[in-house]
Design a protein around this ligand. Structure first.
Ligand SMILES: Nc1ncnc2c1ncn2[C@@H]1O[C@H](COP(=O)(O)OP(=O)(O)OP(=O)(O)O)[C@@H](O)[C@H]1O
Ligand SMILES: [Mg+2]
Length: 337
């Protein structure tokens, strides 16, 4: 049997703030299989970044506190490792690309030096071998004339080129898992499209397992095999791209899709009523219930578990007490508003 690359089990993370305990990640569980690309979406504050920072050991504790859970990466619990052991895994077995290359790249070091540092720290190559590998990586991410770039500083590159350098650093040690958090958000649409093509090409050639976090459902549709929709530190829906996009089962995914110009077709764009939940005093039941026009009394009372959708493909899961297709059909005035 194929083992998952990543197996997150019941992860709960809070922040101790002056105003009270903020519930950032709530009993989160999911697995990721080798070669799978997982796209994670969800509005600001849904726990996307906090859960990946937790598993990478990059969360500041305090104010953060890991209440419970395990994060098994190739069978080892990352949460039980020492800082030194985690440091060996970060950048080697797990590559990372975050938003804003200007603050992630060191402005006073050349591109070549920064790439060589990552390569040499993990791969044990000498200077010449590391330089050759750096040129190879810059070529891989589509940077023209890569050998000449090694001597350049970050400010001499365009934003798109810097983001490619960040991706090259993320890929420097042939990671088993690449985690990208808003990696293309700061780029203009043309460059973003190029980076997406690049990642798609890389995953086809290298078989890298990828977690791609974004606000952009379009990017997820292009890149990912599986989509995971998060809200209030929980998974609301998860499954293969096609069934989730064509027949979402969570009112939250439905709302996100209906607020996309390309998906709303001739209908008016849907606006999600209300505001995001207060995570210090979250609502008692389904966290989306106060904003969900299809919510039932039970939604306001009990948190629904994530379960397989009975009449969809295997792996299509939803956390909901209502049956969305039936609810939408029964309330055309909401669906067509
Ligand atoms: N250092 C911190 N101190 C207190 N609360 C924090 C801290 N960092 C994050 N949070 C809270 O944790 C929750 C989850 O935040 P997270 O950064 O994971 O959201 P996100 O889904 O990545 O959002 P975005 O799309 O804006 O990046 C939010 O309520 C946020 O306010
Ligand atoms: Mg984030």
């Amino acid at each position: 049997m194929v083992e998952p690359v990543l197996d997150i089990r019941n992860l709960t993370v809070v922040f101790d703030t002056p105003a009270g305990t903020l519930h950032a990640v709530n009993d989160l569980s999911y697995t990721l299989m080798p070669g799978e690309t997982l796209g994670i979406v969800g509005e600001s504050g849904s726990g996307k970044s906090v859960h990946v920072l937790t598993m990478l050991g990059l969360l500041p504790c305090p104010p953060a506190r890991i209440v419970s859970g395990e994060v098994l990466f190739r069978g080892r619990d990352l949460l039980a490792l020492s800082e030194r052991e985690l440091c060996d895994i970060r950048g080697a077995e797990i590559g990372m690309v975050f938003q804003d290359p200007m603050s992630s790249l060191n402005p006073v070091l050349t591109i070549g030096r920064q790439l060589r540092e990552v390569i040499q720290r993990h791969a044990g190559l000498d200077h010449a071998q590391a330089s050759a590998r750096a040129v190879e990586l810059l070529g891989l991410v589509g940077i023209p004339d890569p050998a000449a770039r090694l001597a350049q500083y970050p400010h001499q590159l365009s934003g798109g080129m810097r983001q490619r350098v960040m991706i090259a650093i993320g890929l420097a040690c042939d990671p088993t898992l690449l985690i990208a958090d808003e990696a293309t958000t700061a780029l203009d649409v043309t460059v973003q499209a190029q980076v997406i093509d690049l990642i798609r090409d890389l995953k086809n050639r290298l078989g890298t397992t990828i977690i791609w976090i974004t606000h952009d459902m379009g990017v997820v549709a292009e890149l990912a095999d599986t989509i995971q929709v998060m809200y209030a530190g929980r998974i609301m829906e998860r499954g293969p791209i096609a069934p989730v996009f064509h027949q979402p089962r969570s009112a939250y995914s439905w709302s996100l899709l209906r607020s996309l110009p390309s998906m709303a077709r001739h209908r008016r764009l849907y606006q999600i009523p209300g505001s995001p939940p207060n995570m210090i005093h979250p609502p008692p039941g389904d966290p989306f219930a106060p904003r969900n026009p299809f919510a039932t009394p039970r939604c306001h009372r009990d948190v629904p578990p994530l379960r397989q959708v009975a009449d969809s493909v295997p792996g299509h899961q939803v956390a909901a007490w209502y049956d969305l297709p039936a609810a939408v059909a029964a309330h055309p005035e909401i669906a067509d508003a």
